[in-house]
Design a protein around this ligand. Structure first.
Ligand code: FCB
Length: 445
């Protein structure tokens, strides 16, 4: 058997990612806190009423202890706008103090914070005023960002303005499965445009307050491949969907040119140009696209998972780890530092969870080893948390959460990830211990 060691660069940052609404519990003033109480919105009527109890029960302390003890050196966490500005222009200084304490708690434990300023949830007052369709949302967001950055700037200089603009807009305004449950393509693109403007405004505001800040977004990429590689229409549909879903957003923030190859949307917005100090990528999966004459509504394209794809237990994500290398290679076109701001695997099958981690880390290493400038990796997630419309039926935590007792139990991946973080390596010996069946394919030597 070979004895191989995949070494990561010195100073590579290892961490986990969380989002305010998914872990905190006790939110009262956001659109999601209200919406999830309605019947049949969330699988098995789950809710984030308590979640991981980071807010009222202060259990962030024990979870940050776990992250630090496991050798992590960074943590991506979110702030909830609706706590900080529960009513329009009314600020809750106690909430800001709470976040300051949490972030100091990270620093005290040797964890560098990356702070997400918007991760899907909105204050109810904004939702009641038209949410992100309201042109003033850009102004409101910039004002909120200034407030947060002024409050936290002594402890944070790595900022993520908006999480997954594409997922937020599609789920909320195209597929209508999240609040405000709209199904309208034009509105969806209008919201994306507004969020891009909000990002650009926030980018400038943050740099004005804190010139040394590093500011970016966490951008979701789901790879889209042609169903039939040798069939030109499938290639055309896959390229088209890739441009719309995966590429248009970061390209707009890089070039200032917003182009959705749909209708006549082709706009020059110079204020967007060059507003990413780093490229943040959330990567989980891929799907395939096929030309389909019966799918007129989706421009004769259909996307799906191949029948032979290996899926998680809720059929959401295909296990496609080489995609991580591909998205990193793709992101290199922007010539900026890259962070994998989310990557993880939620599954009832623990052995597949372990396999998924090993294979993704192998691909991360191979990309780093090709000198793509990846600076850090955030596993989604530290502890099981509220998975949006899927509630608690899909769990991504390194630590398993018992919702009744709030007890945390390390999964096998928690131990494996801790070894990787502590040694800054992935070794054949780890594979042999955690998933021996994979040794022959991962380390055939
Ligand atoms: C991403 C979200 C994150 C989490 C993971 C599983 O799309 O950013 O909040 O739900 O998926």
């Amino acid at each position: 058997m070979s004895h191989a060691t995949h070494t990561f660069p010195k100073n590579f940052k290892w961490g986990a990612a969380t989002a305010a609404h998914q872990v905190e519990g006790g939110a009262a003033d956001s659109d999601w806190a209200a919406w999830e109480k309605l019947p049949n919105k969330i699988k098995e009527n789950g809710s984030a009423a308590v979640a991981c109890d980071w807010w009222n029960g202060q259990r962030w302390r024990e979870d940050f202890d776990r992250a630090a003890n496991d050798g992590q050196t960074t943590h991506r966490l979110g702030v909830d706008w609706s706590r900080i500005e529960p009513r329009l222009a009314i600020w809750d200084e106690d909430a800001l103090d709470h976040y300051r304490e949490m972030i100091k708690g990270l620093r005290d434990r040797g964890l560098e914070p990356m702070v997400t300023l918007h991760h899907f949830t909105n204050p109810l007052w904004l939702a009641e005023r038209g949410g992100w369709e309201n042109p003033d949302a850009v102004i409101y967001f910039e004002r909120f960002v200034r407030k947060v950055v002024n409050a936290l700037k002594d402890h944070v200089d790595l900022w993520c303005t908006l999480n997954e603009i594409n997922i937020f807009a599609y789920q909320s305004y195209m597929d209508g499965v999240w609040p405000p449950e709209k199904k309208d393509t034009a509105t969806c693109f209008k919201v994306i445009r507004q969020m891009l403007l909000a990002h650009a405004a926030a980018y400038r505001a943050i740099h004005e307050i804190q010139p040394t800040a590093r500011v970016g977004i966490a951008h979701h990429i789901q790879l889209i491949d042609p169903h039939r590689a040798d069939f030109a229409p499938d290639n055309w549909i896959a390229n088209f969907q890739t441009r719309v879903f995966n590429e248009s957003i970061p390209h707009a923030l890089h070039t200032g040119h917003l182009h959705f190859p749909i209708g006549k949307w082709n706009e020059h917005l110079p204020e967007l140009a060059n507003t990413m100090d780093y490229v943040g990528i959330n990567y989980y999966s891929r799907r395939v696209a096929a030309f389909d004459l019966s799918a007129a509504a989706t421009l004769f394209g259909r996307t799906f998972h191949e029948p032979e794809a290996e899926m998680d237990h809720v059929n959401l994500n295909e296990l496609y780890p080489s995609g991580l290398h591909r998205v990193i290679k793709w992101a290199d076109r922007f010539k900026k530092p890259i962070y994998i701001t989310e990557n993880g695997w939620g599954d009832a099958d623990e052995s597949r969870r372990t396999r998924a981690m090993l294979l993704h880390l192998r691909n991360l290493w191979s990309a780093v080893n090709n000198n793509f400038p990846v600076r850090g990796y955030y596993y989604w997630s530290l502890v099981d948390n509220f998975e949006w419309e899927r509630g608690w039926v899909q769990r991504f935590g390194l630590y398993e959460l018992d919702l009744t007792t709030q007890e945390r139990t390390p999964r096998s991946v928690a131990k494996l990830y801790a070894e990787v973080c502590k040694t800054n390596t992935l070794t054949s010996e780890m594979v042999e211990r955690y998933a021996p069946e994979m040794t022959p394919t991962m380390f055939p030597g």
